[in-house]
Design a protein around this ligand. Sequence first.
Ligand SMILES: [Zn+2]
Ligand SMILES: [Zn+2]
Length: 81
Amino acid sequence: MRNRNEKNYREASLKIHGLICAKCAREFTHKNRHLLTVHHKDGNPGNNPPDGSNWENLCVYCHDDEHSRGLLGEYLSKDTD
Ligand SMILES: [Zn+2]
Ligand SMILES: [Zn+2]
């Protein structure tokens, strides 16, 4: 049941925001929707408000980009303490 929740937020986000990348506006179909991923705006994958306010649909390219210049870069440069 708990694992199901993790998948559900993806489905929910795709439903709310549509099959489109929020950054490059590339549109997706059911055939290639696996290339569309859900980004957590606050960087916390555990924060999944049902109204979708923490989600952004990003294609894998934009998602990668987002993390390499933003939050993830910061995470990686910080030592976990
Ligand atoms: Zn994109
Ligand atoms: Zn992300």
